[in-house]
Structure formats: C-alpha cells, structure tokens
Design a protein around this ligand. Structure first.
Ligand code: ADP
Ligand code: MG
Length: 297
C-alpha cells in the first residue's frame, strides 16, 4: 500500500531521528524561514562540568564546603548546571546534604534551605544586587570566568555572596554544520537565544557561525524575540531543551525539543522531538516536509 506523502515523510523523519507529533506539524515544518536556537543543551551538549570552584576569601568556606552548599541547593533541579554541580560534589566523594524549601526560577537559578541557611545558586547578573565588598569580589570573580567563556554561577548564603563556580560545556560536534544547513535552507541568518551571559554566548555563536546573538534572556524575553520575528511575517523554528525554552517553543511557528537531555516541559510543549540529540537531523526533516508538500500540492 502507498502511504499518504505526509505520513511517509513522518515515518522518514522518525528514521532520521526526529519524532514529528502530527501530520500538521510535518506539513508546517517546511514553511519555516527563520531559526532561533537555544545555547545551553541545544548548541552545546548540555553535559557541562564544574571547572572552577572559588570561595570568597571572607566566606570562611573552602572549595569542598562551597561545593557541598551549592550541590545541596541544586540537588532537586533538572537543569544541566545543577547536574554538573551535584556531579562535582559526588566526584569529590562529598555528601550532598538534604534540601528543604526548594524553588527554581527558570533562567535565573535555584534557592533552598541547606543546613539551616537560605542558599541561592544562579546567574550573577540576576542575583548580585548589593554594593558590599562581597558583591564586588563575586562580580570580579564572575567576570574573570566569563572572560574565559565559562558560565559563572554565584552561590549566596543568607543573601550574601560566598563564592562563584565556573561551568564549561562542549559544543555539539554537528552544531556548526547544522547551523550552516539551516541558514541555507531558510535563506536567513539564525539567532542565538540564551539566558547565559553575553561573553559565553558570543564565544559559542562565533564558533558555530551565528552573528545575531541575544544573551541574558529570561524565558519571556525569548518569547518576545520570537514574536518580533512573527510580526514581520517570519515563520520561526525554535530549537531548545529547557524549561526556560518552553514558552518560546509554544510561541514558535514550529518548536523542536532536544529529546535526550531535554526537560519534560520542553518535550511536551514542542511540536517535534530530536530523539538522538543530533542537530543535523533538523535540516533533513525540513527537506522531507518540503518534498512531501510538493507531492500533496
Ligand atoms: P540557556 O538559555 O542558555 O539554556 P538558561 O536560561 O537555562 O540558559 O539559564 C540561564 C542562566 O541562568 C544560566 O547561565 C545560569 O547562570 C542561570 N541558571 C539557571 N538555572 C540554574 C541552576 N539550576 N543553577 C545555576 N544557575 C542557573
Ligand atoms: Mg537550554
């Protein structure tokens, strides 16, 4: 029996490693003419590692104590940075303490009660508001790390900065090729949308060949970036992995989530899922959609 073109394209996309959730999505995917990519976990592998542990001199903490405190707060989080912090503590054979009152703010960080202290872990630019010497010291540490392309993560105890962690992630091996293929297919320059700091964002963008970079974005800022394109008549393909990407995936013409390390919310919200986390499967799926549309028409 011959399958209808859209169904056979869906089956084909599935064989390439892209799970398309409906025939409507399969049909629409080929219309996209602008691409917006998330950085952490999408262009990068999303398995970052802690590369620096810097307690502030006045904190009274050594490296292990700072790491344990951060890991305690991060333990319940599914964010790649949280997993990196907990893994680093376990690698040093440190015991991660129990956590109470955990809450997370997508694009900002986490907070929890650890050993009787309120501990916050997250983006320095979002958490550092004070003017004290600890804030100035922490900001200087963060800036040095970000200058090296790291994601700097601030650790606060009861509202006071106590240290900074440096986090590094690897680019996906096929990221550059996928960006080039999507640029050619859509005839427009892709954008990078990230909650990470501008320096780390610029480093990754340069490596993969993206010149339109928007950094330090909250989840709603990613939506705004997508909507701005939509109002000019663009059909935006958003590719992301995190809870912080879910609103943008929903606002996109077509949203695609990274399947292996992607958050449950991103997987549910997206129109399609990249099963094996290979970005190069996306341009293949766009081509399948276009071919099927020609047969349908
Ligand atoms: P991206 O858009 O690149 O995927 P996110 O929006 O998930 O990044 O995170 C943006 C920034 O917020 C991170 O670079 C980090 O500084 C901070 N952040 C978010 N979640 C956490 C967390 N669980 N622990 C520490 N920092 C976090
Ligand atoms: Mg991400």
């Amino acid at each position: 029996a011959t399958m209808p073109p859209l169904l056979s394209a869906m089956a084909n996309a599935g064989r390439h490693g892209v799970l398309i959730k409906s025939a409507v999505v399969m049909e629409r995917l080929g219309q996209v003419d602008r691409v917006a990519l998330d950085k952490t976990g999408t262009l990068t592998e999303g398995t970052p590692r802690v590369t620096e542990i810097r307690p502030l001199p006045g904190s009274g903490l050594d490296q292990d104590a700072l790491l344990v405190m951060a890991a305690g707060a991060e333990h319940p989080s599914e964010h790649p940075i949280a997993r990196a912090v907990v893994d680093a503590a376990r690698t040093r054979e440190l015991t991660v303490p129990d956590t109470r009152d955990f809450s997370s703010a997508p694009g900002i960080g986490v907070t929890a009660t650890v050993d009787g202290h309120t501990v916050a872990v997250g983006a320095p630019a979002r958490l550092l508001s004070g003017t004290g010497s600890a804030c100035a010291e922490a900001a200087a540490f963060a800036e040095t790390l970000e200058g090296d392309g790291r994601t700097a993560v601030l650790v606060q105890r009861d509202g006071t900065p106590v240290g900074v962690l440096g986090i590094a992630d690897r680019l996906r091996p096929d990221a550059t090729a996928a960006v080039a293929a999507l640029t050619a297919l859509t005839g427009s320059a892709p954008m990078l949308l990230t909650g990470d700091n501008p320096r780390a964002a610029a480093r990754v963008a340069e490596e993969v060949g993206i010149s339109d970079v928007r950094a330090s974005l909250l989840p709603r800022d990613k939506v705004t970036a997508v909507r701005e394109e939509t109002t000019t008549g663009r059909r935006v393909l958003v590719i992301g992995d995190g809870v912080n990407d879910a609103p943008a995936l929903a606002a996109a013409h077509t949203g695609i989530a990274m399947g292996r390390a992607g958050s449950d919310l991103a997987l549910e919200t997206a129109d399609a899922v990249i099963v094996r986390d290979e970005l190069a499967t996306v341009p293949a799926a766009v081509n399948l959609s276009r071919a099927a549309r020609r047969l349908v028409a």
